[in-house]
Design a protein around this ligand. Structure first.
Ligand code: ADP
Ligand code: TRP
Length: 332
């Protein structure tokens, strides 16, 4: 029996962080055994924000090296750059014809910019390019192209995937048959929204991230910046409202979590201690991955080779789908 398909993408807009890891990368790698997996670097999505070619290129290598360092086996998973699979853009053009402008007007990311512009008395579309406005269509194309069943992502992508499902359904409805597989998000309950240094959702756009592969000294410095309340060392503390503990939980075993909880509740533990414990645990966990990542980043030819091979395999599947669709809609 054919396996179901899992597909997800990450934008190369900066160094990948622990929110990306726990929200998308780890759950995606967990699916590899039971699904046919297609994981990609959404470079054309990143172009909406990153106009510096060096930055875009470097971030693309960083995302690829991250997937590989975290254990992606390119023999088992298709790993590619979105821009190397141009069938995506055929499909995106087709899907445009089935996507109402009103749907795009309702996208959270676009609405947030409009709102901010209004508050600053600017034109409501100031700084909005068409790539950003139609972002959900391209994202729908990314996954629909491969007849994707499940898309492992963080909570922030839920709306985008509802839109992808809506668009796929409008196509199927128009032709009266199941031409497209309707994708479903797979959002991990415990890690759907990893908290950043300032207590908001961790995101490159908020500048509050803990990058996955920082050198130990820089990692420690960043962890020391986690925002806490002003409780004294003596006071008992509540782990469940604490940013440090929220991050600690992601890395700690059940036993380590229970021990740390005790220390919070007993009092006599200062924030400096909790931060140091978090640093030590993170550093110990991440060091082997960081070493692999650094080795890969020094071997970009190897990354290029893996991405090119991935895109060749991906295009074989994608071109069949596009040919089939073109015939069905009357343009081939
Ligand atoms: P960012 O918001 O930092 O720009 P991306 O948009 O590139 O990150 O996200 C890539 C993947 O990582 C998506 O699946 C997204 O849902 C997930 N992700 C991003 N931030 C978080 C977070 N704080 N918690 C959980 N998942 C996240
Ligand atoms: N929109 C996603 C993000 O901002 C990145 C992305 C692009 C994606 N295409 C995708 C995620 C397809 C899942 C599936 O993080």
């Amino acid at each position: 029996m054919n396996k179901k398909i899992a597909c997800t993408g990450i934008k190369p807009t900066g160094a990948p962080h622990i929110g990306n890891y726990f929200g998308a990368i780890k759950p995606a790698l967990g699916l590899v055994k039971d699904y046919d997996a297609r994981y990609f670097i959404a470079d054309y999505h990143a172009l909406n924000a990153i106009k510096d070619p060096k930055k875009l290129k470097e971030a693309t290598y960083e995302i690829a090296a991250t997937w590989l360092a975290c254990g992606l086996d390119p023999e088992k998973v298709l790993l590619y750059r979105q821009s190397q699979v141009p069938e995506t853009f055929d499909l995106s053009t087709i899907l445009m014809a089935f996507t109402s402008k009103g749907l795009m007007n309702r996208a959270h990311a676009y609405k947030a910019i409009v709102q901010a512009n209004k508050e600053m008395n600017k034109d409501q579309d100031d700084g909005v390019n068409m790539g950003l406005f139609s972002y959900p269509v391209l994202m729908a194309a990314d996954v629909i192209l491969f007849d994707t069943d499940v898309v492992p992502v963080g909570q922030d992508q839920a709306q985008h995937l509802e839109m992808a499902a809506d668009i796929a359904q409008s196509v199927n409805h128009n032709y009266g048959k199941q031409l497209l597989t309707v994708p479903q998000p797979l959002i991990q309950k415990s890690t759907h929204s990893v908290i950043g240094l300032d207590g908001r959702k961790m995101s490159k756009s908020y500048n509050n991230t803990i990058p996955l592969f920082l050198e130990p000294k820089k990692l420690r410095k960043l962890i020391m910046k986690i925002v806490t309340n002003s409780q004294t060392v003596e006071e008992p503390k509540n782990p469940d409202t604490c940013n440090i503990f929220a991050t600690y939980k992601l890395f700690a075993s059940e036993k380590q979590q229970a021990e740390m909880r005790k220390k919070y509740k007993a009092g006599g533990m200062g924030w400096g201690y909790a931060k140091q414990a978090l640093f030590e645990l993170m550093d110990e966990t991440l060091t082997p991955y960081r070493e692999k990542f650094n080795t890969l980043m020094e071997n970009k030819d190897l990354i290029d080779k893996i991405l090119t091979e991935g895109s060749i395999k991906a295009r074989k599947i994608a071109s069949r789908k596009i040919l089939f669709l073109k015939k069905e809609i009357g343009v081939a």
